[in-house]
Design a protein around this ligand. Structure first.
Ligand code: GLP
Length: 245
C-alpha cells in the first residue's frame, strides 16, 4: 500500500490512499475517517506523516475537522449561479441532480403595506404564498418562501403540485410569463431552530439569506422570494472583470 522506497513522498502516498477511499465510497461524504493513530497502524507509517497528509487534505477542503469529534469527509459544495437567472430545478439539473420540494404551506393572502411595495401592487391585492423545502437528490438545500402577484397567475395553486413541479416552468408554460431579470441580495446569519431541523444542519451553522425580486418582460414584478440556504453546502463563485479595464 505505502512504499517507503518509492520516489513519491510518503505523505503524498497517504493522501492518495485517502482520496482513493473517498472516490470508492469507502469513506462516504460526511463520514468520520479513522483517527491518525488508526491510520498510522493500518498503513505502517509514523503518526506525524499521517498528520501532514491530513493537514493538506483539510487545507484543500477534502476533509474537515469538527473540534473534539474528529476528521470528516467534506460534503461536495454546490456552486450557486450568481450571473444567470435560473430556477432551483435548472441549477440542480445542470449538476445532474434531481430537484424536488416539500411544500410546507401554500395559500392566498392580501398584500400588507410592505408586500405591496415589494411587489408594486396596491395594499390588499391578492398574493400567492408558497413555502417549500427544496431538495437535491433528497438532501435539503434551502427553505424558500415565495410570494407572487395573483393577478399575473390566477389559479396557480389549483392543479399544480409544487412538490414535483418547477414554479418558473409553470409560469412560462401556463401563464406565458418569461422571467427576464432579477435583483438578488445575499446575507449571512445563523440558522434558527426550525431551519436547522428542516435543513438538517447544526443550530450554529451559517445560513445564506437570499432575497430575489424577479421581473417579467414588461418590467412587472412577478415574484418575491426569501430563501434560507444551508450555507455549509454552498460555494459562491463569480467571474470578476477589472474595474480599470
Ligand atoms: C430559485 C430562486 C427562487 C425561485 C426558484 C424557482 O431557487 N431562489 O426565487 O422561486 O428558484 O425554482 P423552481 O422553478 O425550481 O420552482
Amino acid at each position: 500500500m505505502i512504499d517507503a522506497n518509492a520516489p513519491k513522498p510518503i505523505y503524498e502516498q497517504i493522501k492518495e490512499y485517502i482520496l482513493l477511499q473517498i472516490q470508492s465510497g469507502e469513506y462516504a461524504q460526511g463520514d468520520r475517517i479513522p483517527s491518525e493513530r488508526a491510520l498510522s497502524e493500518t498503513l505502517h507509517v509514523n503518526r506525524q506523516t499521517v498528520k501532514k497528509a491530513l493537514d493538506e487534505l483539510i487545507h484543500t477542503g477534502h476533509l474537515s475537522v469538527q473540534i473534539g469529534k474528529g476528521t470528516y469527509v467534506s460534503q461536495r459544495k454546490f456552486d450557486m449561479q450568481l450571473e444567470t437567472l435560473t430556477s432551483f430545478t435548472e441549477e440542480m439539473m445542470q449538476r445532474g441532480q434531481r430537484a424536488s420540494s416539500r411544500v410546507l404551506s401554500q395559500g392566498i393572502s392580501l398584500a400588507t403595506l410592505a408586500e405591496s411595495h415589494l411587489l408594486q401592487m396596491p395594499t390588499g391585492a391578492s398574493i400567492v404564498n408558497i413555502v417549500r423545502l427544496r431538495l437535491a437528490d433528497d438532501m435539503p438545500m434551502a427553505i424558500e418562501h415565495t410570494q407572487l402577484v395573483e393577478a399575473y397567475c390566477p389559479g396557480l395553486l389549483n392543479g399544480h403540485d409544487f412538490s414535483a413541479e418547477s414554479l418558473y416552468d409553470v409560469l412560462l408554460r401556463q401563464y406565458a410569463i418569461r422571467l427576464v431579470r432579477a435583483e438578488q441580495t445575499i446575507g449571512a446569519r445563523r440558522a434558527t431552530a426550525e431551519e436547522s431541523s428542516l435543513l438538517d444542519v447544526l443550530p450554529e451553522d451559517p445560513i445564506l439569506a437570499i432575497t430575489r425580486i424577479t421581473y417579467g418582460e414588461r418590467g412587472q414584478r412577478v415574484e418575491f422570494t426569501r430563501s434560507a440556504y444551508a450555507g455549509t453546502r454552498y460555494l459562491l463563485q463569480a467571474v470578476l472583470k477589472s474595474a480599470r479595464a
